[in-house]
Design a protein around this ligand. Structure first.
Ligand SMILES: C[S@@+](CC[C@H](N)C(=O)[O-])C[C@H]1O[C@@H](n2cnc3c(N)ncnc32)[C@H](O)[C@@H]1O
Length: 298
């Protein structure tokens, strides 16, 4: 089956090229609010965040600093929610959105706390109209408990009670627009897309471990915090049919598009960072033995 893949170098907060109800599945991972890697991104794309950030840096009291940190956090999620709203619009009824996000644990002005990104995404998506479905905890490989900066274990060794839990899981949140999709009995595409009993038993469970994924990432993939190919591959097989349209509004290095090509789905990617084009091209060029066309815009 020949498939089509459209990559737009533009802002997913306005996916004007896409019609309402034209996408069957969204698989994505946004920049994570309050994670250092993405601070400069959010400060650059939203002047309000930059202003709050400067005030936070200049604030003299801890109370002021932590209050402003929470405002920054809220505002970063408002930025992401503009994309979630568009995702809702372009999904078909019964379409599913899988959003990979990690929480942030951070010390600002001497005050350590967790910023529970997964909870904020659920809150915004429910306001938009999505139904929250049971989600996945993706357990990342870690050696031992640790935190950057003021370490949780600095000085306290093995003494209770002031050490912190290491965040070693990310979330793959799963939302649906409206009621489940309906199919005619014996739908051919549905049968063509089936998974095995072994796959079902491993995939439809709450905790995922994907061993060795981190070691295989290239430098560009580390810079954009790319997910391993196994993540979109599983989600696409679990929640879409051969020939469906898959969207990744935060395309990064193109992992979702590569998986879609390999699994004979059509796909659409949005990415604001033009410098990632050669990285995406290289990733797609590794697909072998599939009949597909890629259209680049912007
Ligand atoms: C966490 S990375 C995605 C990594 C991707 N899953 C992969 O495997 O390579 C998030 C990406 O979203 C892009 N981005 C952020 N805001 C965007 C927006 N409003 N529209 C389109 N892309 C955006 C960033 O430039 C970044 O490349």
């Amino acid at each position: 089956m020949k498939t089509l893949h459209k990559i737009f170098f533009s802002d997913a907060r306005r996916m004007e090229q896409l019609e309402d109800g034209s996408v069957h599945l969204v698989v994505t991972s946004p920049p994570y609010p309050m994670i250092e890697l993405w601070d400069s991104f959010f400060r650059r794309v939203d002047r309000g965040i930059e202003r709050l950030w400067r005030r936070m840096e200049q604030a003299e009291t801890l109370r002021e600093k932590t209050g402003l940190a929470l405002q920054v956090y809220e505002r970063m999620h408002r930025f992401l929610a503009e994309v979630w709203r568009e995702v809702y619009r372009v999904l078909v009824d019964g379409g599913i959105a899988c959003i990979n996000i990690g929480d942030a644990a951070r010390n600002i002005g001497g005050f350590f706390r967790v910023y529970p990104n997964h909870a904020k995404v659920i809150e915004h998506c429910e306001k938009i109209g999505f139904t929250t479905l049971p989600y996945i905890l993706w357990k990342k490989p870690t050696n031992k408990p640790k935190y950057k900066g003021k370490g949780a274990f600095l000085g306290s060794g093995f003494l209770p009670p002031n050490a912190y839990i290491t965040l070693d899981c990310e979330y793959i949140l799963i939302f649906r627009k409206g009621a489940p999709r309906k199919f005619k009995p014996k739908d051919r595409r549905r049968y063509l897309s089936s998974y095995t009993k072994r796959e079902r038993d491993r995939w439809f469970t709450q905790i995922w471990e994907i061993p060795g994924a981190r070691q295989k990432l290239s430098q560009a993939e580390r810079r954009t915090a790319a997910f391993p190919e196994e993540v979109p591959r599983r989600l696409i097989r679990m929640f879409s049919l051969v020939g469906d349209w898959i969207l990744d509004p935060f395309l990064g290095t193109g992992t979702t598009v590569k998986a879609a090509i390999e699994l004979e789905r059509n796909s659409i990617g949005y990415e604001v960072d033009q410098t990632l084009k050669p990285v995406i091209q290289e990733k797609i060029s590794r697909v072998k033995g599939k009949d597909f066309e890629v259209v680049w815009e912007g």
